[in-house]
Design a protein around this ligand. Structure first.
Ligand SMILES: Cc1cc2nc3c(=O)[nH]c(=O)nc-3n(C[C@H](O)[C@H](O)[C@H](O)COP(=O)(O)OP(=O)(O)OC[C@H]3O[C@@H](n4cnc5c(N)ncnc54)[C@H](O)[C@@H]3O)c2cc1C
Length: 259
């Protein structure tokens, strides 16, 4: 299988750097083909701007969505964007690896999503009707592929537990896993989160590698997170609210998961 790692850490001699090398060699030893987009090493440009399109502007000034659409349709995107899209087409599974920085991904990786997820590629896909509101949230150009987050944190596991001060990790990762991965069609596997990294010693590191190896060995068997598909009948279209008879009276991120 083809595995793409989108990896964001500025220092190769870091815990993330070591885990990245471990993941690549483990996957290759198992016979998989691996590509790594090492965003810092690539000096990835994180800001979306008018230089991302080689086409004439769609209007009289730069419009991030419309110019992304035009460049994508005309094959006139900047080469770094097109190359990352090609890697996504190639991949059967994509692992996004990053340290949690301010409760999210490092800015360089956010910029990868902003730029690579072009209009027509990751959003603005599919028809809109009374029963189908675009190919998204479970359908889309990346459907049939699997994605997984590999995240390290400074905070302890208890800090991210259901009553922990930081908020539950499932909630913190929801905008990424649901909004950025499930949206364009990925099947999203449960994340591997490595907590309290400052206390890493050789024994702990060996246990992280063991957990990671298990997750890599089961990439194609693991059950994805049970997010509800947008166009499968659970949502009222076009309001896109969950039907009132499903989880009645409840709100929050959890209602978008089948129980
Ligand atoms: C800007 C910023 C924002 C942050 N925001 C948050 C936040 O919102 N929430 C949160 O929880 N945390 C936060 N942190 C902490 C951050 O998540 C952790 O520092 C990060 O996850 C640690 O990963 P690392 O790869 O940088 O680890 P490193 O600092 O490289 O290593 C961590 C430990 O592992 C050891 N180690 C490294 N490699 C090995 C190896 N091969 N074998 C054995 N031991 C090894 C190191 O000696 C060190 O003790 C933030 C940090 C920054 C800089």
């Amino acid at each position: 299988m083809n595995v793409l790692m989108i990896y964001a850490h500025p220092e190769s001699h870091s815990l993330n750097g070591a885990l990245n090398k471990f993941a690549v060699s483990h996957l290759e030893n198992a016979g998989h083909h691996v590509q790594v987009s090492d965003l810092y090493a690539m000096n990835w440009k994180s800001q979306l701007d008018a230089n991302d399109t080689l086409a004439p502007l769609a209007g009289d000034h730069f419009h991030p969505s419309m110019d992304s659409k035009q460049a994508f349709e005309q094959g006139l995107q900047s080469a770094d964007i097109a190359a990352e899209q090609e890697k996504l087409r190639w991949a059967d599974a994509v692992i996004f690896q990053f340290p949690l920085w301010w409760f999210s991904m490092p800015a360089i990786m956010k910029g990868w999503f902003d730029r690579v997820y072009a209009y027509g590629f990751a959003y603005g896909v599919g028809e809109h009707s009374d029963t189908h509101w675009g190919d998204r949230y479970g359908e889309g150009s990346l459907s049939g592929k699997r994605a997984m987050l590999l995240v390290t944190t400074g905070g302890w596991e208890s800090h991210y537990s259901p009553r922990g001060i930081n908020g539950p990790i499932d909630d913190i990762l929801f905008p990424i896993q649901h909004g950025m991965l499930f949206y364009p069609g990925f099947e999203v596997l449960p994340p591997l989160v490595i907590y309290h990294t400052s206390k890493t010693d050789d024994k702990k590191y060996a246990s992280y590698c063991q957990q990671l190896a298990h997750r890599l060995d089961t990439l194609w068997q693991a059950e994805p997170l049970p997010f509800r598909q947008q166009n499968a009948g659970d949502y009222v279209i076009p309001a896109l609210t969950l039907r009132e008879d499903i989880a009645p009276g409840e709100g929050g991120f959890g209602v978008h998961m089948k129980s």
